[in-house]
Design a binder for this molecule. Structure first.
Ligand SMILES: Nc1nc2c(ncn2[C@@H]2O[C@H](COP(=O)(O)OP(=O)(O)OP(=O)(O)O)[C@@H](O)[C@H]2O)c(=O)[nH]1
Ligand SMILES: [Mg+2]
Length: 325
């Protein structure tokens, strides 16, 4: 299913039903008393957090989200039925902005429910206006309108581990070998256009589209997707041996781009993954391990063609993620 992480919708809470003018019907008496019921209240609009990062794509073709109107009052003092509330399910990590009022709501926990739009009250029927001085009231009031508004919904994923690195570093390949994700792999840059997610024993790994120098100024795919690692607990930074002597520079370039997007990204715990060891020799691997070890972060080397390297990284990763929780 397509991954959608932003959406604009229009929503409206239900209007109240109108009050009505009705009369008691007693034999021989035409105006024996008012009996017009009140209108029902409209339905409210809520958003609720669910554990489904793909749910926004379900709403792609639905731009309007109205809650039910209250029913009008009836004869014999019948109160109109209340309109049903509308509950819009959104993924955990959604930020919802009311474009009219500027108010924002963040859904942080599964099941969290927020009232977006308040419904209109039902109007009064003529029975409501009965008084000793007014035994045959003809007054009634219409239902009040429900609130309405346009909303911008943006998803910031909550992953346990975010994979970052240059295009072609092997991020999607790694995601596929660690999890059941079936991310597209390609021997060209920017194969990944939207974040991919995988599940490693309950830990969510997010594969972010590749970054390049100047991403913060909009080069390549820009930094649009970096918001998905803002709330990610830990980063895995992939650098391929294909970059040869440039590996450390490549690493620093990506760190610079992360920083210009949000300096806090640099504060996150990070592990370093030197990928594609199969394209180089053992001596270079050892040299690079030493060089990167100076950064005082865990360093791993992997190759897609060396199952043992993936297995031992996966085991270590689970241990590290357990400690992070
Ligand atoms: N030799 C070798 N090639 C690899 C390895 N891992 C991935 N590749 C290849 O490298 C290319 C890029 O891999 P991807 O996983 O698509 O890279 P990515 O980092 O997701 O790239 P973008 O989505 O463009 O950012 C593909 O042709 C893979 O087959 C590896 O360990 N060794
Ligand atoms: Mg990719």
């Amino acid at each position: 299913m397509a991954f959608i992480d932003e959406l604009k919708i229009y929503s409206k809470a239900g209007d109240g039903g109108d009050g009505v003018v009705r009369w008691l019907h007693e034999k021989g008496k035409e105006w024996s008393g008012p009996a017009g019921g009140d209108g029902g209240n409209g339905g409210n609009v809520y958003v609720q957090a669910v554990r489904d990062v793909y749910i926004l794509s379900k709403y792609r073709h639905q731009k309007q989200f109205p809650a039910e109107r209250g029913e009008n009052g009836g004869s014999s003092s019948l109160h109109g039925a209340n309109g049903e509330d509308l509950i819009i399910d959104l993924p955990i990590g959604s930020i919802i902005k009311n474009l009219e009022t500027g108010q924002t709501y963040s859904l942080l926990k599964e099941g969290q429910k927020e009232l977006l739009l308040r419904s209109g009250r039902g109007g009064y029927g003529n029975e409501h206006f009965k008084a000793s001085t007014n035994t045959t009231p003809k007054e009634w009031t219409p239902g009040k309108p429900g609130q309405e508004g346009n909303f911008y919904i943006e998803l910031e994923l909550f992953a346990d581990l975010g994979l970052v690195g240059l295009p072609n570093a092997g991020k999607s390949s790694l995601l596929n070998s660690l999890t059941k994700a079936q991310a597209k792999i390609g021997a060209y840059q920017f194969t990944t256009l939207d974040p991919n997610l995988g599940d490693l024993y309950g830990y969510i790994i997010a594969d972010i589209p590749g970054l390049i120098e100047g991403a913060s100024e909009g080069k390549g795919l820009g930094t649009k997707f970096l918001r998905h690692i803002k709330r990610t607990k830990m980063l895995a930074h992939l650098v391929s041996f294909e970059n040869g002597d440039e590996m450390m520079n490549v690493y620093k370039t990506i760190r610079k781009e992360l920083k210009s997007y949000d300096p806090e990204l640099l504060e996150k715990d990070e592990i370093i993954l030197l990928t594609k060891t199969d394209v180089t020799d053992e001596k270079t691997v050892q040299k690079k391990i030493k060089e990167f070890a100076k950064l005082k972060k865990p360093v791993f080397v992997i190759s897609l063609y060396d199952d043992a390297s993936i297995k031992s990284f996966s085991d270590e990763l689970i241990k590290i993620l357990k400690l992070e929780k």
